[in-house]
Ligand binder design. Structure first.
Ligand SMILES: [Ca+2]
Ligand SMILES: [Ca+2]
Ligand SMILES: [Ca+2]
Length: 480
């Protein structure tokens, strides 16, 4: 009997461990179950402020229906004003995170205001805004993202706060304490924002514009790796860094990969192009008075950068494409609200069978005609370009995105109907319709790592109980 009790006890201990691990993974995912201590939407920690301090928040966040343009992420503009008993407060850190990932960060200016824009992954259900004075977090606010269009908050501290006096060690004197300064010894830089935070963005294009494509989104597939913005203390973009890797070209036409940075800003563009062996192919370094029409691979076209391979047919041996490691340094630091979020206006310039650039293929949502009609939604209501904020395998020739991702159709039809569902459609592939390049964790493993794995837990728990029961029956039988 003692052994049986021990086994049942062990079973419960194991169940508890599984439950705790699962809670931890949910918290890391950040999004469904993470609540601040106390469980409310706003938690203030006034211990580091003068006695009797209260922190209050006036919320003017905007909510509404967004125009659906087949996006898996969306830009969220943010304005946060911080004031105390003496008026507006400069030099206060405003930090917005999803789980542990920083979405944007910067100091309030002389008007007590911090403004920015960050890219929100659509399937995230909540994000966190923190107000930090010196090294001390004084307010943590959970923001639900379901219909969020913009963040506008005024945060008031009832007493007199000397934020400078509270500032901790700041080696470079840029106002950002070393503890929050990604460049603690460089006063021109303070923060690195990687978009998306996974470090991998996949973009798939159709190239028959203006005719509708066949929806395999493999005519040109590119990975944008580690798109990082280096921000200064005020949260303005000093420099953009990214590495592009050509993955697939399931097309007859040739094309070039190009980039517009919105805002007609000037700056220096460099690109180090390497072939599949890592050998340098070309090096670009040019000052541009308008950072639009940037050619990521210079004069090289889609045949050059993929060694004339396709990487779109099942069983076809994968051929490594060329990489382009780029840097854009603005002449004057740029506002995130002007340039928007990565991948910005990344587009395909289709050459067809010549070397002349003939048509451009952009993401939907960027260009409207005189009647307000989106120029990059086709006659079937479909886009020519799609971006996925993580590793993603593209459909093979002869298949299409609906077959390869069975929830894709439910995703876009539900969004068009105004009742969005299946925001994680790109995480549920049917591999038989895909050119499998990325090894993505199995469905069970992914499920286990995801918030919402309650049914898996139940399943696992029941299996465990069954094993315990079997063991105890077996022990009983043996002891007889
Ligand atoms: Ca600093
Ligand atoms: Ca710094
Ligand atoms: Ca196609």
């Amino acid at each position: 009997m003692k052994t049986k009790k021990k086994i049942i006890h062990l079973g419960f201990v194991l169940l508890t461990i599984v439950f705790l691990i699962s809670c931890k993974s949910k918290k890391d995912d950040g999004l469904l179950f993470f609540l601040p201590p106390g469980g409310g939407d706003i938690t203030n920690e006034t211990a580091s402020l003068p006695p009797e301090s209260e922190v209050t928040t006036e919320t003017g966040d905007e909510e509404g229906d967004l125009e659906f343009a087949y996006q898996t992420t969306r830009p969220i503009p943010v304005t946060v004003i911080v004031q105390d008993a003496d008026g507006v407060q400069s030099g206060v850190t405003v930090l917005i995170k999803a789980g542990t990932e920083t979405l944007t960060q910067g100091l309030t200016n002389s008007f007590g205001s911090f403004t920015s824009t960050f890219n929100l992954i659509d399937r995230y259900e909540s994000i966190t805004l923190q107000i930090i004075i010196g090294d001390n977090v004084v307010s943590t606010q959970i923001i639900q993202t379901a219909n969020l269009v913009a963040i506008n908050r005024t945060i008031t501290i009832s007493t007199s706060v000397d934020s400078v006096a509270q500032a901790a060690v700041d080696t470079d004197g840029d106002g950002v304490p070393d503890s929050q300064d990604a460049y603690p010894e460089d006063a021109a830089l303070a923060q690195i924002i990687t978009t998306p935070s996974s470090g991998t963005l996949i973009v798939g294009f159709e190239d028959l514009y203006p005719s509708p494509g066949d929806a395999d989104f493999n005519d040109y597939v590119v990975m944008v790796k580690n798109n990082a913005e280096d921000l200064n203390a005020q949260g303005q973009v000093v420099r953009i860094r990214a590495t592009y890797k050509h993955l697939a070209a399931g097309a007859g036409y040739k094309s070039r990969l190009k980039l517009n940075i919105p805002g007609h800003l000037s700056g220096q563009f460099t690109s180090q192009i390497t072939d599949k062996d890592g050998t340098a192919v070309a090096s670009l370094d040019t000052h541009m008075t308008d950072l639009s029409g940037i050619s990521i691979y210079g004069d090289l076209n889609s045949k050059d950068t993929l060694d004339s391979a396709w990487n779109t047919r099942q069983g076809q041996t994968y051929v490594e494409g060329m990489q382009a490691q780029i840097e854009i340094t603005f002449d004057t630091p740029a506002s995130p609200q002007v340039i928007g979020a990565a991948p910005y206006d990344l587009y395909l310039s289709v050459l067809k069978y010549t070397d002349t650039e003939q048509v451009q293929v952009h993401f939907p949502g960027l260009y409207k005609d005189a009647n307000g009609v989106d120029q990059y939604i086709d006659s079937k209501g479909f886009p020519w370009a799609i971006a996925i904020p993580e590793q993603w395998n593209w459909p093979v020739d002869g298949s299409n995105i609906k077959a390869a991702y069975p929830n894709f159709e439910a995703w876009y039809t539900s969004h068009m109907a105004g009742t969005p569902t299946n925001k994680d459609w790109y995480k549920q592939p049917d591999d038989s319709h895909l050119y499998v390049y990325f090894t993505i964790p199995s469905a069970i493993a992914a499920f286990f790592g995801q918030a919402g794995s309650v049914s898996f837990l139940l399943f696992f728990g029941l299996m465990l109980l069954a094993v315990v029961a079997l063991f105890s029956i077996r022990l009983k039988t043996v002891s007889r």
